[in-house]
Design a protein around this ligand. Structure first.
Ligand SMILES: Cc1cc2nc3c(=O)[nH]c(=O)nc-3n(C[C@H](O)[C@H](O)[C@H](O)COP(=O)(O)OP(=O)(O)OC[C@H]3O[C@@H](n4cnc5c(N)ncnc54)[C@H](O)[C@@H]3O)c2cc1C
Length: 354
């Protein structure tokens, strides 16, 4: 059984390590043609403390990657304790690829013919699997910014739905040395750059901002349920069969509300390694493990619909609260219900004529 993994990002790199531990040596392909300064796919680098066990499983120590704690964090004016922090993701990816057979080229359909199993870990590209049954992507724009406070107070970590007209949010993630990832993700808005500029203008009484680099990207917020099929059996030119199977963001293991995909993609890779070669079991396990993502996606569908432009329903508010609780964020329930952040803005933005 020979295996190729297309993509040496979070899910593909981690899977390669897990398979090596099980005595399977995959060929890993990644052209790494990212036009970002960090040479990675654009990402905020924010993760919850739960990442520690995934790293420990492959002999890595989280402390070597920690950059900054994001506790406390501001959620549209509500300040809460969180178990979130930023990590040096480029360094983590470099360490994933140590000791594995990495080919610095993309895997196309032609080369994929050589393998019995091809894992599509190509993230948003989903380069080898057929299209998702109902895809949904969130356009983003992110800057790395040096921030200097005019007075003594540092810029704190935060997520703000109330700065975005429509369905989206702005994030401020500290990444060390007074540098920050400041980004916007929003569905249905073209001018993300002017919204970021507005944030800098609004804040320039307190801070001065120097943009160091900028990247754009899409996040698959479709949920796994709407990103099926997860695998496809094909017959190769020589008549033998082959399986193409997706892991990570290629099959939507990302929170539709927050765009958080790092830990969920690690979990997905782990489920895959534990299920191999039972693809039905893998599919069932991923759908069960991430069933809450289906509900979040359905809330997005509702809010994007004509009907949903009225007001988030009780169930949408509850899903938002559950999302925060799942990430270990201590938002008080009643406050979270009243000020539902990214979701309420859909309503408040319209009330304010934004
Ligand atoms: C602006 C932005 C901010 C984000 N912030 C966060 C955050 O703070 N926290 C969080 O948890 N998540 C965040 N995410 C989401 C997170 O980055 C992804 O969900 C996660 O990286 C998915 O991992 P993956 O391995 O599935 O895909 P990716 O990390 O996208 O990796 C896919 C890899 O496949 C490679 N590839 C593509 N095509 C081919 C091919 N044909 N052959 C071989 N290789 C190929 C690419 O080069 C890439 O290295 C953010 C996303 C964006 C866009």
């Amino acid at each position: 059984m020979n295996i190729a993994i297309a993509g040496a990002g979070i899910s593909g790199g981690y899977l390669a390590k897990l398979l090596e531990q099980r005595g399977i040596s995959p060929d890993v392909y990644d052209g790494m043609d990212h036009d970002t300064r960090c040479r990675c796919r654009s990402c905020g680098w924010g993760v919850p403390g739960g990442i520690e066990t995934y790293l420990a499983d492959i002999g890595l120590d989280l402390n070597e990657y920690l950059i900054e704690s994001m506790s406390p964090m501001n959620f549209d004016g509500l300040v809460a304790k969180t178990p979130l922090f930023t990590i040096d993701k480029p360094r983590l990816l470099r360490n994933f690829s140590k000791g594995i057979r990495l080919k610095r080229q993309n895997l196309g359909q032609e080369e994929a013919e050589d393998y019995d199993i091809v894992v599509d870990a190509t993230g948003i590209s989903r380069a080898l699997l057929p299209p998702c049954r109902s895809d949904l992507t969130l356009p983003t724009l992110q800057h790395r910014v040096a921030v200097e406070p005019h007075r003594s107070e540092r810029l704190g970590a935060g997520v703000y739905g109330n700065r975005i007209p429509g369905l989206g949010y702005l994030w401020i993630f500290p990444v060390g040395n007074h540098h920050y990832h400041i980004g916007i993700g929003a569905i249905g808005l073209d001018r993300l750059d002017s919204l970021l500029d507005r944030f800098y203008r609004d804040s320039d009484g307190c801070y001065s901002f120097t943009t160091l680099c900028s990247c754009q990207g899409l996040i698959r917020v479709a949920s796994p349920y709407y990103s099926t099929p997860f695998y496809e059996r094909r017959v190769r030119k020589d008549g033998t069969s082959q399986v193409i199977v997706g892991i990570g963001e290629s099959i939507g293991t990302v929170s539709p509300f927050t765009g958080e995909g790092i830990v969920h993609s690690l979990e997905c890779a782990r489920i895959f390694a534990d299920s191999l070669p039972d693809y039905e079991r893998y599919t069932t396990s991923v759908l069960a493990r991430f069933s809450w993502m289906k509900k979040e996606r359905e809330t997005l569908n509702y809010l994007l619909s004509r009907e949903g432009k009225g007001r988030p329903r009780l169930r949408d508010r509850w899903r938002f609260f559950c999302n925060a609780r799942r990430s270990g964020i201590g938002l008080p329930m009643l406050e979270a219900f009243k000020r539902i952040g990214t979701l309420s803005q859909w309503v408040e933005g319209q009330d304010q004529g934004l």
